[in-house]
Design a protein around this ligand. Structure first.
Ligand SMILES: C[S@@+](CC[C@H](N)C(=O)[O-])C[C@H]1O[C@@H](n2cnc3c(N)ncnc32)[C@H](O)[C@@H]1O
Length: 1014
């Protein structure tokens, strides 16, 4: 027997969505900074969804919660747990996590007790062992990580080796070496095996271990209380993955210093000469100093299409602005000649140009902003003659091997901020000295939708890097192997036995540990490649000026001017920054919980899901070409880590054939690609329906494309209902559909159902084998009976009106998929699309039925609003309507709802309502007024002002919230965006308004309403 889970009834969506949106701005320690992966799910959503699919809904236990009220109280208790759980700052808050784990266990024990006589009880229902978790499309690993955090043994699989590697780093490695002290010689906790020679004497009373210059110092607490007693080394307690993180930092730093020793000459400092400071007063203080370069900024060049300048390689510069920060502006100024200054320029016959750099606002602001760019894409102008350079000319030049690059500016580290300098011959020459001995030869796909560089002759992944970048990446990649060897020796020295067992074979000794640290160092090289390719550009922003990484979006674009960073600087794009970001994730966000596993598997054939709790986020049609894009990283990760995972990195490039992405270029046509995708996805889903643990629903994320929203009937769109149909076809019944958002704000409200959802979580159960067949009428009757209660649960969870229609599809589809088939009047199966339309229609009716709770004036206003909105209408029509609604136009004027005159009537807008309104003195108080006064006050004075009004309204305020749902639905249907926004915002703010209302001093509240928010 499977009990209903919380996620099948209600969710505190607002709290989840808010936390998910906030999480997007977290940079430090967020697992997304471990390594790039595309379309990661927010941890908040992953955490809440897995929790809610594992805890029982209170309605599943009428014995424990016999009344609706008691059930709602328990539901609210679970909501509170989720609201705390989703906050980023609680990611490692053991108290909060433990509460969630306890709730999961409690439900689990009940499930075990109830299923004691299940035929597979021993295997599936052991009360001491929670079921394991599996995500078969694990990607960047958000879901498996959060399952592990909730106390489950976690399994991640993906077809893509890069994703598998990321998941190993997220969930597999940390528990294996949890609680271990670091092995590096600077660790404050060397093992006794290292003996006296390895000891770092501490100054008495604690202090800091002195480190070589530039390393910072490891702060130590005062001595005493540590193991080992007087004279022994201070013993730090290494929790979770802290020891591992410390080693990643140490050996990352070792790699950086070692690389600098080997190739540092390619990264010369720039000496500020008196000549450089002649026109640049800002440089005077640096004269005689050598500044570290942060980045070299290059412009690609092609021969001018103008025959008069055909011998000049002219720059393709998308901008000449280097910094747009107010007061710190800097820009490149090209200087054309004749006359040719001695020894400069590449032009023939004394014709050419050179670049200089100026500070301050450019006189020709547009010219500086646009560089030599004429229009979007490959459209430029010749610097020498202004002749247009058409894309065809650039293609031709590039593919004939005549695309070059010219140094445009140098960015150096100043005392406080960046210093922008003109290029020098020495620095151009330093770049030309680089001689890489390896480059990735894997070809990029000829698929211009995602890959532009091949159009311009950059055909392989290796072509995306300058020679100096290739030298740096190969050096760092070699050093990963050298670091492993060093770590192995240090680990052994530190007392870790070396059994020679590798990490890939579940080793736990010195060899495996060295490989484990090596994985994070390898990921640092992967991250460096993102920040050190020719696709990186210079962000000249008003706030920050920095290197823009290769993957700003899910594609490899062509860049015309690019930034080549200094991997040894302490500024943007350096190697150590990649290491530090990784260290922060390992230290702060990974959980070193239960032993877990990541492996490569095709979701269409995998059997890892057997008996496991499943939550997954499959690829969506052709949104992202993971396999193609990830080759960019694969080539470097393979070079760095193939000895550690020989099977994972066996192939030259990422396997592509089985990837469930509908790419026409791979499958021959759009139709074939779609068929491949849908068949494959149905098969993958079918496996989940068959294998997943029977006590839990499976949750599946459906990534929603904004362009899909707003089908003709306002409810649906082809992508969405095709996906639903595939999931049902695969053997699932649907029991929930939760819209998840990662954007805050009301921007797109009113433009159609789902306009704000970035994804929808489908909650699915295996379809019952003996489900009955139903007629359309049976289906509709069941909907009418069940949807109002479901709607009440959703509203009790304060679902935002904008999400209501989407969330109500869940309970509606639960009815539809309860049957084997629903047949229409002709005996034909009712398609999903039509079922969705019926669900929406029934929802509308259920909302309309709630009107019974409102007073007569409000019912009149609703009907009028539906027809007219706020503009004027005929008095006669108003009068007629008032009869039907049992009120009168005069009374409505008196009540303060409408204005009437000259044969016309109109509803008053919130802004027109009297500011001194006091509900206690309103003899004809209506719900309509409450809503619109609340809208007025919220807009003018924010949540605290609205709270004062809510305190005055007392329990009646709750009816106002209900009216908002109705009003929102009307606005959405009538496409009245701004009004829809106001009603949605009021509901979204409701929990906070009510919380603040409780704090409003009694004097401000209406007498007799003090028990209202209990
Ligand atoms: C939407 S992503 C998952 C993102 C992940 N939830 C996260 O938060 O980072 C989908 C994943 O499916 C993987 N994939 C595509 N086809 C697959 C297949 N046939 N078997 C297994 N994984 C596949 C892709 O490599 C990609 O990592």
């Amino acid at each position: 027997m499977a009990r209903k889970k919380l996620i099948e009834v209600a969710l505190p969506l607002e709290a989840i969505n808010k936390a998910a949106a906030r999480e997007k701005s977290i940079r430090h320690g967020h697992p997304s900074t471990l390594h790039l992966w595309w379309a990661r799910r927010p941890l908040a959503a992953a955490r809440a969804v897995i929790f809610a699919q594992m805890v029982d809904d209170p309605s599943a236990h009428p014995d424990l919660f016999p009344t609706e009220k008691k059930q709602e109280k328990e539901r609210q208790r679970l909501f509170r747990i989720i609201e705390e759980l989703v906050k980023w700052e609680n990611t490692t808050n053991e108290e909060v996590l433990q509460k969630a784990r306890d709730a999961i266990r409690e439900s689990w024990r009940r499930a075990c007790a109830e299923n004691a006589d299940h035929p597979r009880a021993r295997e599936l229902f052991n009360r001491e062992v929670l079921p394991a978790f599996h995500d078969p499309f694990a990607g960047g690993g958000a879901l498996p990580l959060e399952a592990q955090r909730l106390g489950l043994e976690s399994h991640a699989s993906d077809l893509n080796p890069v994703a598998v590697l990321i998941n190993k780093a997220m969930i597999e490695i940390p528990p294996r070496f949890a609680g271990r002290a670091p092995v590096n010689p600077l660790s404050p906790n060397p093992s006794p095996a290292r003996g006296e020679g390895g000891a770092i004497p501490l100054p008495s009373g604690g202090g800091a271990i002195p480190l070589p210059s530039g390393w910072g110092a490891v702060p130590l607490p005062p001595r005493g209380g540590g193991a080992g007693g007087e004279g022994a080394l201070f013993a730090k307690e290494w929790r979770g993955a802290q020891g591992l993180a410390d080693d990643v930092r140490y050996y990352g730093r070792w790699m950086r210093d070692e690389a600098e020793r080997r190739i540092g000459a390619l990264y010369p400092k720039v000496e500020i000469t008196p000549e450089m400071a002649v026109d640049r007063s800002d440089l005077r203080k640096y004269v005689g100093q050598k500044l570290t370069v942060i980045a070299w900024l290059w412009a690609r060049t092609v021969r001018s299409p103008n025959p008069a300048f055909a011998h000049v390689d002219v720059p393709l510069a998308s901008t000449f602005m280097l910094s747009t920060k107010a007061g710190k502006e800097a820009y490149v100024e090209p200087i054309l000649f004749p006359p040719l200054p001695q020894g400069e320029g590449r032009g023939e016959g004394g014709v050419g140009y050179r670049f200089t750099v100026k500070v301050g606002k450019p006189k020709d602001a547009d010219g500086a902003k646009n560089g030599t760019k004429l229009a979007r894409g490959a459209n430029f102008k010749c610097l020498m003659s202004d002749a247009p350079i058409a894309p065809d000319h650039i293609y031709g030049e590039a593919n004939a091997g005549r695309m070059g690059a010219k140094l445009m500016a140098i960015v150096a580290e100043g005392e406080r901020g960046r210093v922008y300098l003109a290029p020098t011959a020495e620095h151009e020459a330093a770049a030309a000295q680089a001689r890489p001995d390896w480059k990735p030869e894997v070809a990029m796909p000829e698929n211009p939708r995602w890959f532009s560089p091949p159009l311009y002759g950059l055909k392989t992944y290796g072509d995306l890097f300058t020679p100096r970048q290739l030298v740096a990446l190969t050096t760092f990649s070699d050093l990963v192997a050298e670091a492993r060897e060093k770590i192995r020796r240090d680990a052994f020295q530190a007392g870790l036995p070396d059994d020679g067992q590798p990490l890939a074979k579940a080793g736990a000794g010195a060899t495996a540990y060295a490989e484990a640290v090596g994985v994070y160092l390898g990921l640092a090289v992967g991250k460096l490649s993102d920040n050190a390719s020719q696709i990186c550009s210079w962000h000249n922003g008003a706030q920050h000026q920095k290197i823009r990484a290769t993957f700003g979006r899910q594609a490899l674009p062509m860049t015309w001017d690019f930034a080549e960073g200094n991997v040894f600087s302490v500024s943007t794009g350096n190697f150590m920054r990649q290491v530090d970001l990784i260290v922060e994730v390992v230290e702060k966000a990974l959980c070193a919980g239960k032993t877990s596993n990541a492996e490569q598997a095709d979701a269409q054939t995998q059997s890892v899901s057997t008996g496991k709790v499943v939550s997954t986020d499959p690829p969506y049609y052709d949104n992202i070409g993971y396999a193609d894009l990830s080759d960019f990283f694969y080539v470097w990760l393979r070079r760095s880590l193939r000895p550690v995972f020989p099977e994972l990195f066996a192939t030259m490039a990422v396997p592509k054939a089985e990837e469930l992405v509908a790419t026409p270029y791979r499958h021959g046509s759009k139709e074939k690609a779609e068929t491949f995708f849908l068949d494959g996805m149905t098969e993958a889903m079918h496996r989940l329906a068959e294998q997943a643990h029977p006590a839990f629903p499976v949750t599946i994320y459906y990534a929603f494309k904004q362009s899909e929203s707003g089908g003709e009937d306002g409810t649906t769109n082809t992508g969405w209902d095709t996906f639903l149909a595939a999931v049902i076809e695969a053997g699932f019944a649907i029991s929930g559909t939760w819209p998840m958002r990662t954007e805050l704000g009301n921007r797109m409200i009113g433009s159609g159902t789902n306009a704000l959802a970035s994804s929808i979580v489908l909650v699915c159960r295996k379809h019952s084998a003996n489900a009955p067949t139903a007629t359309r009428r049976d289906f509709l009757n069941a909907l009418k009976t069940e949807l109002p209660a479901a709607l009440a649960h959703l509203q009790a969870g304060n679902i935002a009106p904008v999400d209501l229609a989407q969330a109500a599809i869940g309970p509606g589809m639960a009815v539809y998929t309860r049957y084997a088939r629903v047949l229409d009047a002709e005996g034909q199966p009712l398609p999903v699309r039509q079922a969705l339309a019926l669900i929406n229609q029934t929802l509308d009716e259920a909302l309309a039925e709630q009107e019974g709770d409102f007073d007569a004036d409000t019912r009149w206003a609703l009907a009028w609003f539906e027809q007219m909105g706020f503009p004027e209408g005929e008095f006669g029509v108003a009068e007629q309507l008032s009869k039907a609604k049992n009120t009168a136009v005069g009374g409505l004027v008196e009540a303060g709802l409408i204005a009437s005159g000259k044969g016309k009537v109109r509803l008053l807008k919130p802004a027109e309502l009297p500011a001194d309104w006091d509900p206690a003195n309103d003899p004809r108080l209506t719900v309509w007024e409450m809503v619109h006064h609340l809208v007025r006050v919220l807009e003018a004075g924010g949540e605290s002002a609205a709270a004062v009004l809510v305190a005055q309204l007392g329990s009646q305020a709750e009816t106002a919230r209900e009216l908002c749902y109705r009003l929102y639905t009307i606005c959405e249907r009538k496409k009245r965006a701004s009004e829809a926004m106001a009603y949605n915002a009021l509901v979204q703010s409701w929990p906070e308004i009510v919380r603040l209302a409780r704090e409003v001093p009694q004097a401000a509240a209406t007498p007799g309403t003090d028990d209202l928010f209990a």
